[in-house]
Design a protein around this ligand. Structure first.
Ligand SMILES: NC(=O)c1ccc[n+]([C@@H]2O[C@H](COP(=O)([O-])OP(=O)(O)OC[C@H]3O[C@@H](n4cnc5c(N)ncnc54)[C@H](O)[C@@H]3O)[C@@H](O)[C@H]2O)c1
Length: 253
């Protein structure tokens, strides 16, 4: 029996990149997975592909920056699968406007999508976990929650928020058999990274960025998904409030 067999898992942003791979790793281990995403076409297509391969997967449209969507997401998953065991708060966006030029609405959007979403999904999941007698949360943070990455101050600030929210949830709910951890990747090869670099000289720039990691390559979605599955598993039962770097040694320097 695999570690996650029959567990009910929500992965936000499950249609692309790290979230997409996380959904895959969970279903391979026999979990029942709800993937939530703003991208309805990609999410539905991926859920259908996984169902056709025999996995128990549900796609749910959600804009996780909106409370009604988060509440509906958690409620629908519990109605459909009967419980909730793991919440992976993975959604994140990056807007790299310099601070002195950043309009307030861009700052607010970053906060809403990257931090408020973690608060909202967690708030509604905790109510289920408290009733059930336990559960676990893994947040996808970033090395930029630990050390500042140049030219993305607003993003760094959101990831700092995710880190502190992770630790706070961990200590406040530990007595209720609820764990909360986060993973902190350095650059991972995903559509997010491609969009942030831009099309010109993409591969050459990625090669340069890979050199920032002592291991000498970019992270893969698998690297991060494996860490998420470990933190969500019973093998991590004494781990809560931790920020696991998945960064090829980037923050060890
Ligand atoms: N890629 C990297 O280099 C890297 C490094 C460190 C941390 N991270 C973090 O990892 C997480 C995933 O990043 P990724 O690279 O896989 O990104 P990605 O852009 O490939 O995937 C993100 C997914 O989230 C969805 N999404 C965006 N806004 C949403 C919203 N409001 N509601 C619901 N879904 C929404 C998108 O449609 C997309 O499917 C993010 O939190 C990001 O900050 C990424």
């Amino acid at each position: 029996m695999s570690e996650h067999a029959n567990k009910v898992v929500i992965v936000t942003g499950g249609a692309s990149g790290i979230g997409r791979q996380t959904v895959k790793e969970f279903v391979i281990q026999g979990a029942k997975v709800a993937l939530a995403d703003l991208n309805r076409a990609a999410g539905e297509e991926y859920a259908t592909e996984l169902r056709d391969a025999g996995h128990d997967v549900l796609f749910l449209y959600a804009d996780v920056s909106k409370e009604a969507d988060c509440e509906n997401l958690i409620r629908t998953v519990v109605e459909h699968f009967g419980r909730l065991d793991v919440l992976v708060n993975n959604v994140g966006i990056e807007i790299s406007t310099p601070i002195h030029e950043m309009p307030l609405n861009e700052w607010e959007k970053m906060q809403a999508v990257n931090v408020t979403s973690v608060f909202l999904n967690t708030k509604h999941a905790l109510r289920v976990f408290l009733e059930q007698g336990g559960g676990t949360i893994v947040n996808v943070c970033s090395v930029s929650g630990l050390v500042a990455w140049p030219n993305i101050a607003a993003y760094n600030a959101t990831k700092g928020g995710v880190l502190m929210l992770t630790k706070s949830i961990a200590i406040d709910y530990a007595k209720h058999n609820i764990r909360c951890n986060c993973v902190c990747p350095s650059i991972v090869d995903t559509p997010f990274t491609n969009a942030s670099i831009g099309a010109e000289n993409l591969e050459a720039i990625k090669k340069e960025k890979a050199k920032l990691n002592p291991i000498g390559r970019l992270g893969t979605p698998e690297d991060v998904a494996n860490a998420i599955l470990f933190l969500a598993s019973d093998k991590a039962s004494f781990i809560t409030g931790s920020a696991l770097t998945v960064d090829g040694g980037y923050t060890a320097i």
